[in-house]
Ligand binder design. Structure first.
Ligand code: SF4
Ligand SMILES: [Zn+2]
Length: 133
């Protein structure tokens, strides 16, 4: 992927400083996670991995959410990830396609019911989706 090449080149050269190295490393970690999420989403669409039982209710919340962005007919949680790799999910959204995100049982909404940053601790989470149940 073209986006990776300058990041890998900068990481290999040591970058301009510690802050730049940290930014490059963080971006590479996020890109790796995004690629893994995309792969598991395909397996879920094929029925190989289970989907969240209440994914339609989650997806409905996304369709009503002010962070939702539509690109090429697809709903995203904020701008698509590759358009903005460095982001704060509570203000920018996570960049995932909302249907795929809603189907993933391990995913959570970054916002609570009052559109403040959601908080998770142990088994408890106050995100919009977990507040549905
Ligand atoms: S996951 Fe949460 S913040 Fe993202 S679009 Fe859906 S409802 Fe909005
Ligand atoms: Zn949650």
């Amino acid at each position: 992927m073209k986006l990776w090449r300058p990041l890998v080149r900068e990481a290999a050269s040591g970058g301009a400083g510690t802050t730049d190295n940290l930014r490059v490393t963080t971006t590479l970690v996020w890109l790796t996670r995004a690629a893994a999420k995309s792969a598991t989403s395909r397996l879920r669409d094929l029925g190989i991995l289970p989907a969240s039982v209440d994914w339609t209710a989650r997806a409905v919340q996304c369709e009503r959410c002010p962070l939702r962005v539509v690109r090429c007919g697809v709903s995203y949680c904020g701008k698509p990830f590759l358009a903005m790799p460095l982001r704060d999910p509570a203000t920018d959204g996570c960049g995932c396609p909302t249907f795929a995100k809603a189907k993933d049982p391990s995913e959570h909404c970054p916002l609570d019911a009052r559109h403040q940053p959601a908080e998770a601790s142990g088994d408890s989470c106050n995100c919009k989706w977990c507040s549905l149940t």
